[in-house]
Design a protein around this ligand. Structure first.
Ligand code: B12
Ligand code: SF4
Length: 491
């Protein structure tokens, strides 16, 4: 019998005649920037048999004392599930798990999400973690919790890696990706929806309508974790769910957190038609690849707009076709402009993120990205072009290639926790000089094209002149502006 199963059996026995009718499963979302609703925990918590299990979600982002809140939730718990992204969230996930283990040494602690999906075995080196879940979590977690409750072995539980009773790490076979329609609807009553609205400063619901992605970008972990599979909710179910959620929560906007919302054009059309038919008074935003935007028929885009589409997020990544080929984006820069013009014609705003600092990226390639951003910004003041620096996230083809070439990446969980290089650096492949140039461009393109009050118009003209000729030296305005209004650093 595994340690987790032993622990669960001991706990079930301990309550005796006073055993509560439902056993408590505690889920923890580590501290993070932004207040996106904890959709992963909603997914796995909602899919548990609620007649048998009480689900308690502790979101560190909502608590003044997150570990105190977690500790308070742990009494009589059957197990704890923690969702873990690579980088800074690992720090809190680790601290919280270690604290839980210290207080309840026999309580099984399960890690799931993107980092444990890629490093199932490595995470288990830390004695605070008993089980890791790889990939889609709904069925795997339901299976695990059921086994904990019945006190049976974890052998054969597909999709997990665990330490068995003898302390040996065992990786069970993967669990095939299931269609998401097979899973229970996300039960938003598990979270204080109004608190998220208040913290976001808007009545915006986060919703996920699909998992995975069919594409193969070499900088992204999705092809590794989902093996290029994509599964989406049926439009009818989505519209019904969102209509009933709207009745309860009266949100103004839905932010679809899908990797690629526009994966199936016919499905998106049916969803948009459903919103129109249900007269849902909402706006919405979703992710769209540039090639999908090009292929989407004009009437479909018009329907999306009518149904409330306010913004499309189109990952540009690079302004250089050569770089786009290298990173296997399978789009061309011309398609980005075509999609941009198209959404602009329909009054839809756009977010066009770029990544700079790929290993070995040339100055010309970076310049092509700056030029593409300028052209996009010139189309509409409602187009944003954020720039991010390439980070060698695990599970991506580029990272594997640089590691093969001798680049040493983080090994331990503590090292992965410190992996985010937020601050005055652009990463291993960006010189200080290039970093300064890109940072200045980031500032000036915002001043040049963001909507500005009258008093900032002269500054705007200077910024446009700077961008037009790539004149970023002696950025006096930037230094003064930044000294007066320091910008938050997100990446
Ligand atoms: C919302 C979001 C965020 C939020 C997280 C909010 C939160 N809850 O804390 C914020 C904005 C903070 C964020 C930050 C970042 N993010 Co983010 N984010 C997302 C996004 C868009 C949606 C996540 C989501 O809710 N999905 C819906 C749920 C249902 O799916 P899921 O998370 O995959 O969960 C399933 C399984 O993984 C599993 N599972 C998950 N957790 C658990 C827990 C247990 C116990 C079990 C059993 C199973 C399980 O079961 C779930 C159901 O099947 C994803 C893309 C995507 N569509 O998934 C990117 C994504 C997760 N982010 C990513 C990245 C790169 C980042 C950032 C680095 C971005 C940046 N440049 O700063 C940072 C990293 C965090 C950091 N270092 O600070 C990558 C993953 C990177 C990685 N290796 O972890 C993704 C996949 C995007 C991508 N394709 O590159 N992100
Ligand atoms: S970057 Fe986007 S399109 Fe490319 S594989 Fe990742 S999720 Fe898919």
């Amino acid at each position: 019998m595994t340690r987790g199963a032993e622990a669960a059996t001991a706990r079930a026995g301990a309550h005796g005649a006073g055993t509560p009718p439902r056993q408590k499963v505690v889920l923890y979302n580590p501290h993070a920037l932004f207040y996106t609703m904890p959709l992963a925990l909603l997914a796995i918590g909602s899919h548990l048999d609620r007649e048998r299990f009480e689900v308690v979600i502790v979101d560190a982002r909502l608590e003044a004392d997150p570990h105190g809140a977690l500790a308070a939730a742990l009494d009589h718990a059957l197990c704890v599930g923690v969702t873990v992204l690579t980088g800074a969230p690992i720090r809190d996930a680790l601290d919280a798990s270690r604290m839980a283990k210290r207080l309840h040494p026999t309580l099984p602690i399960v890690w799931g999400g993107w980092h444990p999906s890629m490093f199932g075995r490595e995470c288990l080196v830390d004695p605070a973690i008993d089980v890791t879940v790889q990939g889609q979590g709904e069925e795997t977690f339901a299976d695990l919790v059921d086994r904990f409750a019945r006190g049976v072995s974890l052998d054969g539980c597909a999709g997990i890696t665990f330490r068995d009773g003898a302390g040996t790490t065992v990786a069970n076979p993967p669990r095939p990706v299931r269609p998401v329609d097979a899973f229970a609807p996300h039960d938003y009553s598990l979270i204080p929806v109004e608190r998220y609205f208040a913290l976001k400063g808007k009545r915006q619901l986060d919703y996920i309508s699909s998992q995975g992605c069919n594409f193969r970008c070499a900088f992204c972990a999705d092809p590794f974790v989902y093996e290029r599979q994509w599964v989406g909710l049926s439009p009818g179910r989505m519209v019904d769910e969102l209509a009933s959620l709207w009745e309860r929560h009266r949100f103004d906007d839905v932010n679809f957190q899908d990797e690629t919302f526009f994966t199936r054009a016919g499905r998106v059309e049916a969803i948009a038609q459903g919103f129109v038919d249900a007269r849902l008074p909402i706006t919405w935003a979703g992710t769209m690849r540039a090639d999908q935007g090009v292929r989407l028929p004009e009437p479909s885009l018009a329907l999306c707009r009518r149904s409330g589409l306010r913004r499309a997020l189109i990952g540009v990544e690079s302004g250089s076709d050569e770089m786009l080929r290298r990173i296997k984006k399978d789009t061309r820069i011309a398609q980005v402009f075509e999609s941009a013009e198209k959404i602009h014609r329909h009054g839809i705003s756009g977010n066009f993120p770029f990544i700079v600092g790929f290993p070995g990226e040339s100055d010309d390639s970076v310049q092509a990205s700056l030029d593409a951003a300028k052209r996009l910004r010139g189309i509409s003041p409602d187009f944003q072009t954020p720039f991010f620096y390439f980070k060698p996230y695990p599970g991506t083809e580029i990272t594997e290639a640089v590691v093969k070439d001798g680049f040493s990446t983080a090994q331990t969980l503590d090292e992965w926790a410190a992996f985010d290089f937020v601050g005055n650096v652009g990463g291993p492949w960006v010189s200080d000089e290039k970093f300064a140039r890109i940072e200045r461009f980031k500032y000036f393109q915002q001043v040049a094209w963001d909507r500005a009050p009258l008093w900032r118009r002269p500054l705007q003209q200077i910024a446009r002149w700077r961008c037009a000729g790539d004149r970023y030296s002696l950025p006096l305005e930037m230094w003064i502006d930044r000294a007066l209004w320091p910008a938050p650093r997100l990446s």
